[in-house]
Design a protein around this ligand. Structure first.
Ligand code: NAP
Length: 256
């Protein structure tokens, strides 16, 4: 039986860790050739090696998604060394759990860092790969959040909520603009997923996970693997008439 992503070249940002790494491995299992981008070059290289060891094809490149010129340079390198990209997953992100009322310097730093990585980074990488994605009638999958809709009841930063709202807005605007080119643009809204992103918060504040799980109909935290199925769906022909949507993979958090 043909695999779902055979003959695709897929770029995943932030794929050295957590959700991005799981998506990259899942796409490789479905036959895609992977391009792993991460600010943590070593982690991306390790993930690429894991894919290679399992019989897949993967290359890794160091990339800080906030550096617009580097995004353009990496897109050129990928075109030259790997080939035409048809799938882009904008996953790289950071989380901060500080409100607006702390010391001004820290509040401003949170805003600048989170918006630069979680929102402008999505723009930078998408813009850099746009020509190839249009030529390939490709697919873009952006990683949003519950916070694409609400500010959660656990500590978080307004910057993170604003950035994830922005990711959903960007997804919808781009879907509307690129539909005529056959490019589909969708998002995934993960719930509380146990990854290195929140490891320190979970360790320092055990109530955090409890609060999330208590509000989650499925009664558990998610794993990075829980996001892989939706990511394959949105990148493959299974979702051929789906664009401008967000698939919530949150255990039902937003339904109650
Ligand atoms: P993670 O395990 O920390 O992985 C994120 C990866 O992105 C890391 O390898 C990180 O490198 C990298 N990264 C950070 N800044 C970068 C930059 N400027 N340029 C390129 N790469 C960068 O986090 P995750 O939980 O898998 O999160 C992935 C995405 O899912 C994020 O967009 C996050 O907001 C979203 N999300 C997560 C959850 C959750 O509960 N985990 C829920 C909803 C949405 P370093 O480790 O070196 O920083």
């Amino acid at each position: 039986m043909p695999r779902l992503l055979e003959s695709h070249i897929a770029v995943v940002t932030g794929s050295g860790s957590g959700i991005g790494r799981a998506i990259a491995l899942g796409y490789a299992r479905e036959g895609a050739r992977l391009v792993l981008l991460d600010i943590n070059e070593k982690a991306a290289a390790e993930a690429a090696r894991e894919i290679g060891d399992a019989g897949g094809k993967a290359e890794s490149f160091a990339l800080d998604v906030t550096r617009r010129e580097d995004c353009v340079a990496v897109a050129k390198q990928v075109a030259d060394k790997v080939g035409p990209v048809s799938i882009l997953v904008n996953n790289a992100g950071i989380a901060r759990r500080n409100g607006m009322t702390g010391a001004a310097e820290a509040v401003i730093k949170d805003w600048e860092d989170v918006i630069a990585i979680n929102l402008t980074g999505v723009f930078n990488v998408t813009h850099a790969f746009l020509a190839t994605l249009r030529a390939a009638r490709g697919r873009i999958v952006n990683i949003g959040s519950i916070q694409s809709f609400v500010h959660v009841r656990t500590p978080s930063s307004p910057a993170y909520t604003a950035a994830k709202h922005g990711v959903l807005g960007f997804t919808r605007a781009l879907a509307a603009e690129l539909g005529k080119d056959g490019v589909r643009v969708n998002a995934i809204g993960p719930g509380f997923i146990e990854t290195p992103l929140n490891a320190a918060a979970r360790a320092n504040n055990p109530e955090l996970a409890k609060t999330f799980v208590a509000h989650t109909p499925l009664g558990r935290a998610g794993t990075a693997e829980d996001i892989v199925g939706p990511a394959i769906f949105l990148a493959s022909d299974l979702s051929s008439f789906v664009t401008g949507s967000i698939v919530m993979a949150d255990g039902g958090y937003r339904t109650i």
